[in-house]
Design a binder for this molecule. Structure first.
Ligand code: ADP
Ligand code: MG
Length: 344
């Protein structure tokens, strides 16, 4: 019997499927910036320059001096599930790169116009790939510096619903700045430069000095006041800076937790840190922290969220307990008891 009432099932055409998948990865301009910068970091770049116009809707350009892409692979980078970072499912249990899904470039190309210039340092000629709205990539030879430059223009030009839903360009620009700040804090070994509407907004030295990055982003004063923290447990080490009791904020935007170079959000760890401050800062206020967790990749699952903003730890409660112990210890050092200015 053929049911008259039940709707027929059909596989979506590639364009539609691409736009749906793109919606998960490319929520807003800041997600494009994050994905492109993460690709640059995975390519071992030492210098990353980000240029943004019109809140990222007009232009996003990310230039790096990483290892580039060979001519033969350049177009493949824009195919869905095409990646150089994993080969098989078993690799998911030891991810050491920021990317691994092979979804960012095809997703971005599905909802914008993209031009990628790339050249491995050992090659003499570069390659340009142009692709728009999920169409066929067009590959040509060009001259370009070693590394990769990806230029994204007219973001969401072919998805008016998404474009309409976005906040004003100034808000999108703010989200981009926040994303770049976190990426820079997660990678003090890389020199970041961010230009917004032609103005240089952020510049980090790239000399592996986390405190210098903190100072570049939150200001010299804050950089000086933060308390250093370092410690380790089984399969992990933690280092970074936390605020002394007299430094606190109305929101949580200056709380940055990174796991193996990836900034993430984790409710349990955030709460564990905040609880250490409960007795020393006014209620409703929040501490600052920049904590870098380096953990055995087998103890963390990063494959739980499309934008990889959440991860799952093995023995999360034990980890949170030990992190809290380290924070408490840092809060009880002499420097944490009185402001540096009055103690001097
Ligand atoms: P993923 O990062 O998950 O592998 P992407 O779609 O972001 O997927 O990128 C696809 C592939 O293109 C990457 O695996 C990498 O090999 C290559 N690639 C992308 N951006 C760069 C870059 N800036 N430098 C070198 N290779 C890159
Ligand atoms: Mg990627």
């Amino acid at each position: 019997m053929t049911g008259e009432l039940c709707p027929r099932i059909a596989i979506l055409d590639a364009d539609t499927a691409n736009q749906i998948a793109a919606g998960e990865v490319v929520e807003r301009p800041a997600s494009v910036v994050k994905e492109l910068v993460e690709n640059s970091l995975d390519a071992a770049a030492r210098h990353i320059t980000i240029e943004v116009k019109g809140g990222g809707l007009t232009l996003i350009r990310v230039r790096d001096d990483g290892w580039g892409i060979n001519r033969e692979d350049a177009a493949l980078a824009f195919a869905r599930h095409a990646t150089s970072k994993i080969r098989r499912a078993a690799d998911l249990w030891g991810i050491t790169t920021l990317g691994f899904r092979g979804e960012a470039l095809p997703s971005i190309a599905a909802v914008a116009r993209v031009e990628m210039d790339t050249r491995p340092p050992g090659e003499t000629a570069g390659t340009r790939v142009r692709i728009a709205g999920g169409g066929e990539p067009e590959v040509t030879a060009i001259g370009c510096p070693p590394g990769t430059t990806v230029t994204v223009t007219d973001l969401f030009y072919n998805t008016p619903a998404r474009r309409q839903y976005l906040k004003k360009p100034a808000n999108e620009a703010r989200a981009i700045v926040a994303a770049v700040e976190k990426l820079a804090l997660a990678h003090p070994e890389v020199a970041f430069n961010l230009h917004l509407e032609g103005r240089r907004l952020l510049s980090t030295p790239g000399n592996s000095d986390l405190q210098a990055v903190v100072a570049a982003i939150y200001g010299l004063e804050t950089g000086r006041e933060l308390l250093p923290l370092a410690g380790e447990g089984e399969g992990w080490t933690l280092k970074g800076f936390i605020s002394p009791p007299w430094l606190h904020r109305a929101g949580r935007s200056q709380q940055v937790l990174t796991v193996n170079g990836r900034y993430i959000f984790n409710r349990l760890l955030t709460r564990a840190v905040e609880e250490c401050y409960q007795a020393v800062i006014p209620s409703g206020r929040h501490p600052l922290f920049i904590l870098q967790l380096a953990i055995d990749p087998r103890l963390v699952d990063v494959n739980v969220h499309p934008a990889k903003l959440e991860v799952r730890f093995q023995q999360e409660y034990e980890l949170a307990r030990q992190v809290a112990a380290l924070v408490n210890r840092a809060l009880h050092t002499p420097r944490a008891v009185a402001p540096a200015t009055t103690a001097a």
